[in-house]
Design a protein. Structure first.
Ligand SMILES: Nc1nc2c(c(=O)[nH]1)N[C@H]1C(S)=C(S)[C@@H](COP(=O)(O)OP(=O)(O)OC[C@H]3O[C@@H](n4cnc5c(=O)[nH]c(N)nc54)[C@H](O)[C@@H]3O)O[C@H]1N2
Ligand SMILES: Nc1nc2c(c(=O)[nH]1)N[C@H]1C(S)=C(S)[C@@H](COP(=O)(O)OP(=O)(O)OC[C@H]3O[C@@H](n4cnc5c(=O)[nH]c(N)nc54)[C@H](O)[C@@H]3O)O[C@H]1N2
Ligand code: SF4
Ligand SMILES: [Mo]
Length: 758
């Protein structure tokens, strides 16, 4: 939405860099040559969700747009060197080579990796399915298996839908327990809440309490009322013991509001019986009395919520830990009530607002198995930790081509040296990306996408995990550069070429197919507000608005969503036209209880004790010796001025003190003869590196921490600023074989390592 004066205008836009989705106010000036340039970016004070909050990254959308290293033309690798080419040449190259791989080795020989910004790009969210369909392969990988997949697996088994993910009701809770998250740095994840820190301080301001469980005294822990230092990888034990106390001491009460829907309660008493606070105190490193107190506080607080994030999911017991978070929230009476752990009602595109409410097909995994290690399929994908072996292991179905979309797996996935050399064995690789970086340097063709300011935005995915029901659509701030297709057009064209339609195929074909498919499904859904309508009529009404691509889809999703106008069925309902009247977003209110309607389990119940997790408690108990006998374990961390692997080419963010350091406790440093500012050799089962040492008492003895996303000193890249602040790649140390078997998610926190002075 734009307001224009003579030579300056102001636009508002949602920041797409992280899950907080802050509203930005962007001032644009026209220079003498008629070019529009961004002058200033600041927080949008009128944004209905972020109220002016912004972090140091938000304003750097300008620097990102202006970055001379950001790719403006496609690149083709010729004789080992990337050269700029025209779009026509790029499409012809792909049309000449991709079909050869398909003809020679079949569609299963093409792998796909979709990275994190794919969840922040409206084009990728609305068109990546079409890419997967067009490629016709089941060899699908994504950042989910280095991130939140365990959370989906728990939601799937317990509530019947992988996206029925409860979030802590931050604005109304009296007591919040945070495990393995540092929202002061990350601004929150799987809990969309701009100004997460401010909301935590507000809990304290109204007399509530914030408890942080983390092996590091993070900034969040520092601000909390209590920091509980835990041994990495043992949160499942801690939560099981809390559940044991709640049940054993008669404190458990799920509450009348959900009682009729909770199934499996009777199994939990015996399942948790072995996990007493006394039994888990030594392995977790948390005193039994502290654990009892945690349980008592959760039971006694008027409202309470437990929230677990990356430090709990990227562990050997990630899925079971996520389940235990739900178990404790339920047993303490806090599931689905204000101030507790609640579900969003997404305004657009929510899977839990479609179809029959209250029951469904439920959640399934293992509808296929990976070729080499036999990992079960989860949500249509395989563990990214197994990507390298799928490329290097000979035999039928071996991956011979790879498409990456918005991902940098060479820095972000485990045993990355192994993956980097595997990529060189591919016959063909295409990357859709903004940069020539550690991953895309392996690509035969790189297809650039518009800058973040040149495209529209709607947080289709992340608003499904928001702490308020909000809708916010942003128009592009700047027009597309000459000749640059929108990201959805790039994705669609690649899909069409993979289907054999050649380099001139029109992306509009996919666009029309996708919208027609959406309409078709909606009119057949007896619970939809357009049930029984004529598809061509709806299509006609949509097209009359003159929108295409993601805009037309969002319009449809808004109109058929829970607050939608239903194409006339609900005159007050929302639509794209309606949202355009709300440049600062439209607030649909605080979260409301959604049980039973949100449930999609076959029984129509909350499956609080599914076999998968109850059985996994046996594996957990058996792992205790291995979890405790380690010398040193490596965990990660994030910094406010960094964003995974790809914002390191922005000078204002990386300048100053080196942030890629190995944090070591003073006692450990002393014992090993390590000095602050020196360097240390870190070795794991799969690799080694030399990192700068930061001695700090903000970390638990026996634990060391290195952030991920660094290591920008590889040849063949084009990120000049990042190369000057290269840092080291933590994922040289993480182990591709170490994963949570229930979700295929890699262990990135709690990797056994040894240290020696270097
Ligand atoms: N050791 C360790 N490893 C980790 C983690 C950890 O905590 N510890 N965290 C993991 C987590 S949670 C995640 S999500 C992953 C992230 O890892 P990835 O999913 O690989 O994502 P990024 O590192 O953010 O790299 C994003 C890539 O997308 C490009 N890009 C940016 N915006 C766009 C866009 O709009 N469109 C397109 N097409 N490309 C774009 C960037 O140039 C870059 O190449 O890392 C994981 N790796
Ligand atoms: N500034 C910034 N913001 C980001 C990102 C970024 O790279 N930079 N990345 C974005 C992405 S993709 C994601 S997924 C989110 C992640 O958001 P968060 O989940 O908040 O991630 P972190 O900030 O890494 O915090 C994880 C914490 O877990 C702790 N930890 C490690 N191991 C364990 C353990 O075994 N148990 C417990 N209890 N704690 C443990 C670490 O010490 C760390 O403090 O952040 C997003 N936001
Ligand atoms: S916290 Fe920062 S990076 Fe995240 S959305 Fe807000 S301004 Fe953007
Ligand atoms: Mo992530």
């Amino acid at each position: 939405m734009t307001e224009t004066t003579s030579e300056m205008r102001t636009a508002t836009r949602t920041c797409p860099l992280c899950e907080a989705g802050c509203g930005l106010e962007i001032t644009i000036a026209r220079d003498e040559d008629g070019f529009e340039r961004v002058q200033r970016i600041r927080g949008d004070m009128d944004d209905v969700f972020s109220h002016g909050f912004i972090c140091p990254k938000g304003s750097t959308l300008k620097q990102l747009h202006d970055d001379p290293d950001r790719l403006r033309t496609p690149m083709i690798k010729r004789d080992g060197v990337h050269v700029a080419v025209t779009w026509v040449e790029a499409w012809e190259e792909i049309a000449a080579r991709l079909p050869d791989v398909i003809d020679g080795h079949g569609r299963e020989s093409i792998g796909v990796f979709i990275g994190n910004p794919g969840a922040h790009s409206l084009s990728a969210m609305t068109f990546s399915r079409a890419l997967l369909t067009g490629l016709g392969t089941r060899a699908r990988f994504s950042a989910s298996t280095v991130d939140q997949m365990p959370r989906h697996v728990a939601a799937g088994h317990v509530f019947g839908s992988a996206v029925a993910v409860p979030v802590p009701d931050l604005d109304r809770t009296d007591h919040l327990v945070i495990l393995g998250a540092n929202p002061y740095a990350s601004n929150g994840s799987l809990c969309t809440a701009p100004d997460f820190p401010g909301r935590l301080e507000a809990i304290q301001g109204r007399g509530g309490k914030v408890v942080v469980v983390d092996p590091r005294r993070s900034r969040t822990a520092d601000h909390a009322d209590e920091w509980i230092s835990i041994r990495p990888g043992t949160d499942a034990l801690l939560l099981a013991a809390i559940a044991q106390v709640l049940i054993g001491d008669g404190l458990a009460d799920v509450g009348d509001h959900v009682r009729a829907y909770v199934g499996g309660l009777e199994r939990l008493g015996s399942a948790f019986a072995p996990f007493t606070p006394e039994a888990v105190a030594s392995p977790t490193g948390v005193a039994a009395a502290t654990i009892r107190k945690m349980a008592q506080d959760l039971a006694a607080a008027p409202t309470a919520a437990v929230y677990g994030r990356i430090g709990t999911t990227t562990t050997e017991f990630g899925s079971t830990t996520s389940w235990l978070v739900d178990v404790v929230n339920t047993l303490s009476g806090n599931l689905d009530r204000p101030g507790g752990s609640m579900f969003a009602t997404p305004v657009a595109g929510g899977a839990t607002t479609r179809g029959r409410p209250g029951s469904g097909k439920g959640f399934q995994v293992g509808r296929g198995h990976s070729r080499v290690s036999g990992h079960p399929e989860v949500m249509g994908e395989y563990p990214v930790g197994s990507l390298a072996e799928e490329i290097t292991t000979p035999g039928a179905g071996r991956l011979r081509a790879l498409v990456t979309l918005a991902g940098n797996p060479v820095l972000s996935t485990p045993n990355s040296n192994q993956l980097a050399s595997a990529l060189d064995e591919l016959e063909f690789m295409v990357s859709i990306d903004l940069y020539l970086n550690e991953t895309t340097r392996h690509a035969d063709v790189i297809l650039p996408v518009p800058s973040q300011l040149e495209r529209s935005h709607y947080d289709l995915l992340l608003l499904q995990f928001a702490i308020r029901n909000v809708a916010n659509y942003s128009e592009p701030v700047l027009p597309l550069a000459d000749g640059q297709p929108d990201e959805w057009e790039v994705i669609s064209k690649l899909s069409l070429i993979a289907q054999g339609l050649g380099p001139d195929a029109d992306p509009a074909i996919i666009d029309d197919m996708v919208i027609d498919g959406m309409i078709e499904n909606a009119v057949k859904d007896e619970f939809s507000n357009v049930f029984g309508r004529e598809p061509y009529e709806l299509r006609g009404e949509l097209d009359a608005m003159g929108r295409r691509g993601p805009e037309r889809m969002i319009d449809f999703m808004l109109r058929t969503g829970p607050f939608g106008d239903g194409f006339g069925a609900n005159l007050d309902g929302t639509s794209m036209d309606d949202l355009l009247d709300y440049p600062h977003g439209r607030d649909f209110g605080a979260l409301v209880p959604r049980i039973p309607a949100i449930l999609r389990t076959p029984t129509g119940r909350i499956e609080l004790a599914p076999d998968v997790f109850v059985d996994d408690l046996g594996r957990l108990a058996a792992a205790v010796p291995a979890l405790t006998e380690r010398d040193f374990v490596l965990v990660g961390r994030r910094h406010l001025r960094s964003n995974n692997s790809w914002m390191h080419n922005i000078d204002v963010l990386v300048k100053g003190r080196q942030r890629c350091t190995l944090q070591v406790h003073p006692d450990d440093a002393h014992a090993l003869g390590l000095n602050d500012g020196g360097v240390v050799r870190v070795t794991s089962r799969v690799g080694e590196l030399v990192a700068p040492i930061e001695v700090t008492d903000a970390i638990r003895p026996g634990v060391v921490s290195l952030p991920h996303g660094w290591g920008h000193d590889l040849p063949g890249t084009q990120m000049r600023v990042a190369a000057e602040h290269a840092g080291v790649n933590a994922n040289v140390l993480t182990d591709d074989q170490a994963l949570d078997p229930l979700s295929g998610t890699s262990v990135l926190n709690g990797i056994p390592v040894s240290l020696e002075p270097a």
